[in-house]
Write a protein that binds this ligand. Structure first.
Ligand code: GLN
Length: 476
């Protein structure tokens, strides 16, 4: 499979047909909230001599909870419907410095809360593999845009799986890096202690180059860290690999893909062992307690005064705030804010929030002991492949329970990579590897091993990239 080449995209970006082609390909998917290919926002054209590397002239799609100067920043929410960002997030600025050109903002669940990209003022995003199914969430627009060949790389955020799960549903790679290695400056915060910016691509070389370009300490984010030098980072060896044993509650497609991945890894000569995690049952309750608590504090700034649409008229300041929030937030966001304020109530903190923090420590310790014996832990991303729109197949509550495999890495602040695990019965299935802190190179090595047997595939109808379509006769 040919990698996206910068020269080809350079021609495409200079070609006015690109915007139209992007829009027409997006009409059945609804991945984008905003498309701009005219460089209205003067982010450079990717041709500066400083940017001659592997990312030069590649178009970049950015999830709409990450700031790009001059673009909207709606977070999929009515309360920010008219908000334009005056600045670039650090991750965006670094990718632009490496030559990338932001071309649009992608759809998401409101403020990143959800697993299906259905809670958005812009309506749902459809999965390019089957438009009746969800693209996953909350970075569903970013995943669908990459899977449908509209852009070679997209940015997302992963608080509890929002990069890996849509990547899995759309058949591409999704990297949730080690907490702190990608600056959060310019990300609209949902749950600060859990979330990271993440990268989605179908091309491992681009994913790796983007991680290298975007990572590292940032003075604007005190939780950001520099990567340790190469000698002190975990090696990229994949020799001892843990899988989860026991009953995992997977659908048929996912169970088959997980077994297959175990065979693929074993065939590389790695020692494969099935383990069980004693903290497994407590992962989802701990995640939702902490995430909701942090969300209720982070979203307090959207009150129609500091941020957010302000009602035209209100009797008094209290009524103004109430009206702004009642009208501005969707139901899922309100649910999380109520849950968060509930678990933080005075007198109840010990019962819920503090207890969840202790579970979080136990999860970290258990994973540390796994990585004392194994190089990687390989597990499903989600118990099902992409499900149908609406709640007929998975209710909102079941969707939350299904976050049990992804939220683990967020609670433990560890890196995880979702890789294509084959296409079963017409739908892609993703399998993820989690590694110790700063083991991104090892995760990519795992992805290469898997790709030798299970290369990423394109959804039917989207076999070629948009750049091949836009450059007449450009297909090679
Ligand atoms: N589904 C999870 C949630 O709704 C994950 C969201 C995310 O990673 N942003 O909280």
């Amino acid at each position: 499979m040919r990698a996206s080449s910068p020269e080809r995209w350079q021609q495409v970006l200079a070609n006015s047909a690109y915007a139209d082609a992007l829009r027409s390909r997006d009409s059945s998917i609804n991945a984008f909230l905003e498309i701009d290919t005219d460089r209205r926002h003067s982010h450079g054209d990717g041709t500066s001599p400083a940017a001659a590397g592997p990312l030069a002239a590649l178009p970049l799609a950015v999830k709409d909870n990450i700031a790009v100067r001059g673009f909207g920043l709606t977070c999929g929410s009515r309360i920010l419907a008219n908000h334009i960002s005056p600045y670039d997030a650090t991750v965006v600025a670094r990718l632009v410095a490496a030559g990338m050109v932001p071309v649009g903002k992608t759809n998401l669940d409101e403020f990143g809360m959800g697993s299906a990209t259905e809670h958005s003022i812009a309506g749902p995003t459809n999965n390019p593999w089957d438009a009746d199914r969800v693209a996953g969430g909350s970075s569903g627009g970013s995943a669908a845009a990459v899977a449908a060949g509209m852009v070679p790389l997209a940015l997302g955020t992963d608080t509890g799986g929002s990069v890996r799960q849509p990547a899995a549903f759309c058949g591409i790679y999704g990297l949730k890096p080690t907490y702190g290695t990608l600056s959060r400056y310019g990300l609209v915060a949902y749950a600060s202690s859990l979330e990271v910016a993440g990268l989605l691509s179908r091309d491992l070389a681009i994913l790796r180059a983007a991680y290298e370009a975007a990572s590292g300490a940032d003075v604007m984010d005190q939780t950001s860290v520099s990567l340790p030098d190469a000698a002190s980072r975990p090696s990229d060896e994949v020799r001892r690999v843990a899988f989860l044993g026991g009953e995992l509650g997977l659908d048929q497609r996912t169970a088959a893909a997980y077994r297959r991945m175990r065979d693929v890894v074993a065939a590389t000569g790695a020692a494969v062992e099935d383990i069980e995690l004693v903290t497994a049952e407590a992962v989802v309750p701990a995640y939702y307690t902490i995430a909701a608590a942090e969300a209720s504090a982070n979203l307090a700034r959207f009150n129609g005064v500091r941020y957010g649409e302000r009602p035209v008229f209100a009797e008094n300041p209290e009524a103004l705030v109430r009206q702004a929030r009642t009208e501005g937030f969707g139901d899922e966001v309100k649910l999380r804010i109520l849950l968060g304020t509930y678990v933080l109530r005075s007198g109840f903190q010990e019962q819920y929030y503090q207890r969840a923090q202790r579970v979080r420590t136990a999860i970290r310790r258990e994973l540390a002991s796994v990585f004392a014996r194994h190089d990687l832990l390989v597990l499903p991303v989600y118990p099902t492949a992409a499900f149908r729109h609406g709640e007929a197949e998975l209710t909102a509550f079941q969707q939350k329970l299904a976050d049990r495999f992804t939220t683990l890495a967020n609670l433990a602040a560890l890196p995880a990579l979702s890789v294509p695990g084959g296409v079963c019965d017409g739908l892609p299935v993703g399998i993820q590897a989690i590694g110790p802190a700063f083991s991104e190179a090892r995760l990519m090595r795992f992805a290469e091993l898997a790709a030798a047997e299970l290369p990423p595939q394109r959804p039917p109808g989207y076999e070629i990239e948009l750049c091949d379509e836009v450059i007449p006769g450009g297909r090679t």
